[in-house]
Design a protein around this ligand. Structure first.
Ligand SMILES: [Zn+2]
Length: 128
């Protein structure tokens, strides 16, 4: 098992590491923001964690600063409007799914109570 430890680098070194390891998007400065597609958080280059294996064998790695999120550079995108809209849509979709679930339960409850009423009225002989 390879043990990884978080290391501290100077701004210039960190930017170099990011440029080297993130082959997908350009880094102009550590103040640039990235949006993690795994956890949905937005962070700057400064917050990104640089990891180094303690046995010195593996190359440096950069991972998402969010706790328990181990997304790497490949899963980060610049937080452009498109991405923000997509995140908003996913959130809206979650809310919608919850809403549909609640509506479904309400309908089931309504149908149950409606059928109860029907069976009650059926079993009860009508007067008149
Ligand atoms: Zn993340």
């Amino acid at each position: 098992m390879t043990l990884l430890s978080s290391i501290r680098l100077s701004d210039a070194e960190k930017l170099n590491v990011l440029r080297r390891l993130d082959q997908f998007r350009r880094w102009h400065s550590l103040d640039e923001k990235r949006c993690c597609l795994v956890c949905g958080e937005i962070f700057t280059g400064r917050e990104i964690q640089v990891l180094e294996s303690t046995d010195g064998g593996a190359p440096l790695r950069v991972i998402c600063p969010t706790e328990h999120c181990h997304a790497t550079a490949m899963e980060w995108v610049p937080p452009t409007e498109d991405v923000l809209i997509k995140i908003a849509m996913v959130e809206a979709e979650c809310r919608w799914v919850r809403l549909v679930g609640q509506a479904g339960q309400a309908i089931q409850w309504y149908q149950r109570s409606a059928s109860n009423t029907t069976s009650r009225t059926k079993s009860k002989p009508r007067l008149g």
